[in-house]
Design a protein around this ligand. Structure first.
Ligand code: HEM
Length: 127
């Protein structure tokens, strides 16, 4: 992502608000119960890690890499069984979080496509 995407969605504050909405929805909405159940009871560290990661992924400061080194995202997701259903739950949850944060139009489409590519690559079981 170019640096402008990070700026357009409001820099660190915007990314934090998006991540918070994403995990609030995951916890509240039954449609996301399948992926919620894979996460720890307390979502604080999940929120922090996704926030740190997305800052860099969206073109801002690379907080995740400076703490943990290379993300190796696919390897880090191998303990969790991820098929198309889990991928689609994650993407719908993120799409709704983006809408709730007022991300729309071409930027919404571009981000959803990029999230789709990453989420699809995370699948590690058929179906
Ligand atoms: C495809 C569906 C996905 C599922 C079911 C899923 C699920 C999970 C779970 C259960 C964790 C562990 C949470 C924790 O340790 O607190 C996790 C960690 C993480 N996920 Fe995902 N995830 C998915 C897709 C994605 C995508 C698309 C991204 C990035 C765009 C992402 C980024 C991360 C990051 C950065 C972590 C923290 C890794 C670490 O340092 O341990 N995930 N994910």
């Amino acid at each position: 992502m170019s640096e402008s995407v990070f700026g357009t969605i409001g820099g660190e504050q915007g990314v934090r608000a998006l991540v918070d909405r994403f995990y609030d929805l995951m916890a509240l909405d039954e449609r996301f119960a399948g992926i919620r159940a894979m996460h720890p009871v307390n979502l604080d560290s999940s929120r922090d890690k996704l926030f740190w990661f997305l800052c860099g992924w969206l073109g801002g400061p690379d907080h995740y890499q400076s703490r943990f080194g290379h993300p190796r995202l696919r390897a880090r997701h191998l303990p969790f069984p991820i098929g198309s259903s889990e991928r689609d739950q994650w993407l719908l949850c993120m799409a709704e979080a983006m809408r709730d944060r007022g991300i729309e139009g071409a930027l919404f489409d571009r981000l959803l496509e990029a999230f789709h590519g990453t989420a699809d690559w995370m699948r590690n079981r058929p179906g």
